[in-house]
Write a protein of this length. Structure first.
Length: 147
């Protein structure tokens, strides 16, 4: 199984869950659930209120919606966000997903609650049969594997 649910810290809020808008859409539209102001040259995290569950050999990849750069001069700073299976219910933040947004324009951008900023695509991935056994476990939330 794979899907989205509300992270514990956001269960009391009313917001739409991600959905595909057409039968052949690959991505689930993901919106922010709080207003956000992003100044030129600034990177801010948009709150989605979501956490994601998936199979062992899957990842959720977050891409900027195609309208984001054209309408707002915003993008995802590393071009794609990676949400691993073991991020779900981690000890730091319950697996709450945030979308990093970078303002490469010259004006401050104001996004309102409900603005769709990313599309999430579930993908299978492969591992090398020659890698050594990986026994590490996630020790936290956002960016924790580099600790």
């Amino acid at each position: 199984m794979r899907g989205f649910e509300k992270a514990k810290a956001y269960q009391h809020l009313d917001f739409d869950m991600p959905k595909r808008c057409t039968q052949h859409s690959a991505g689930y539209d993901i919106a922010i659930i709080e207003d956000i102001e992003i100044k030129p040259g600034e990177i801010k995290s948009g709150v989605t209120g979501l956490k994601v569950f998936m199979k062992d050999d899957e990842v959720l990849m977050l891409y900027p919606r195609s309208s984001l750069p054209r309408r707002y001069h915003l993008t995802i700073p590393n071009n794609v966000g990676i949400i691993d299976k073991d991020y779900y219910e981690n000890q730091d933040n319950d697996g709450a997903v945030f979308v990093s947004l970078y303002n490469f324009g010259t004006e401050t951008v104001y996004l309102l609650k409900g603005e769709r900023v990313a599309q999430g695509i579930f993908q299978k991935y492969l591992v090398s049969p020659t890698e050594e056994c990986v026994t590490n476990v996630r020790n936290g939330g956002f960016g924790s594997t580099g600790k």
